[in-house]
Design a protein around this ligand. Structure first.
Ligand SMILES: [Zn+2]
Length: 264
């Protein structure tokens, strides 16, 4: 299985741009990308080629954004040198290094490239990280689209915003380290978090509402939807059942159990 991609045909950037347009990526819009390059490959030019193809579909007035936070809570965050978390895949680390790309100055960083990049990434450090005013909320406020290319809604950061808007009560203690007056400072905080596997419920809500387009980006099965529609639907579900994204206790999910334990 791991080598299956070697038998795949390399897609040109023009082909991938055409896929993105056919899926519904809006020219001149804001697009938040969550992706597994492994699922999409091979694309001519590699991860940078995938980025170039999506920027082609967005056009010169479009903005491409990615989550680009650190995966290392113990190391002081430096937007210039701290790599994007490995579990975000290779694309955010590639995008943040492109000429003209911007990255937030805090550990919950997003990176973006295009005319709206500064608006998206230049946000204060917020706790929880994905609250209104955060980069993911900026994408939402700007009427942005979200593209999950080769990953599912478990990677959909916009659903953390929906949890907060809908009033999800659980929190998991995390920490980050920042430089403060020349010295590292550890900050502990409570994040609305879980294993996120049940974010997959959003597939059903979005499909039923006709708000999710599905197709291929490169070789990756992909989903495209408006951030506002997804957040509105998910927040409604959270209001109805605040624990809808948590595995039940009998499932034995350590992360969801931790989230549930925070309810006291
Ligand atoms: Zn779970």
């Amino acid at each position: 299985m791991p080598d299956d991609w070697k038998n795949r045909r390399e897609m040109t950037q023009d082909e991938v741009a055409a896929q993105a347009r056919a899926l519904g990526v809006r020219e001149g819009g804001v697009l938040l990308l969550h992706t597994s390059y492994r699922a999409a490959r091979p694309v001519a030019g590699g991860p940078a080629g995938l980025i170039a193809a999506l920027r082609d579909a967005l056009g010169p007035q479009g903005t491409l954004a990615v989550p680009c936070w650190t995966g290392d809570g113990d190391a002081p965050f430096d937007p210039e040198t701290t790599p994007a978390a490995e579990d975000l895949g290779v694309v955010p680390e590639t995008l943040r290094r492109l000429p003209g790309a911007r990255r937030s100055a805090h550990p919950f960083a997003f990176a973006a490239i295009g005319p709206r990049a500064d608006e998206i990434v230049n946000t204060p450090m917020l706790f929880p990280a994905h609250a209104p005013g955060s980069p993911v909320a900026k994408v939402h406020d700007l009427g942005g689209q979200v593209l999950l290319a080769g990953c599912g809604h478990d990677a959909n950061t916009s659903l953390h915003l929906a949890e907060l808007i809908g009033g999800a009560p659980y929190r998991i203690r995390h920490h980050v380290t920042v430089m403060d007056a020349g010295a590292p400072r550890r900050i502990e905080f409570d994040e609305n978090d879980s294993c996120c596997a049940l974010f997959a419920r959003a597939d059903g809500w979005l499909r039923a509402a006709g708000l999710q387009r599905e197709g291929l980006i490169g070789h990756a099965p992909s989903r495209l939807f408006d951030a506002q529609g997804a957040v509105r639907l998910a927040a409604q579900q959270v209001r109805r059942d605040p624990l809808i994204f948590l595995h039940p206790a009998e499932a034995g999910c350590a992360e969801c159990d931790l989230a549930r334990a925070s309810l006291g």
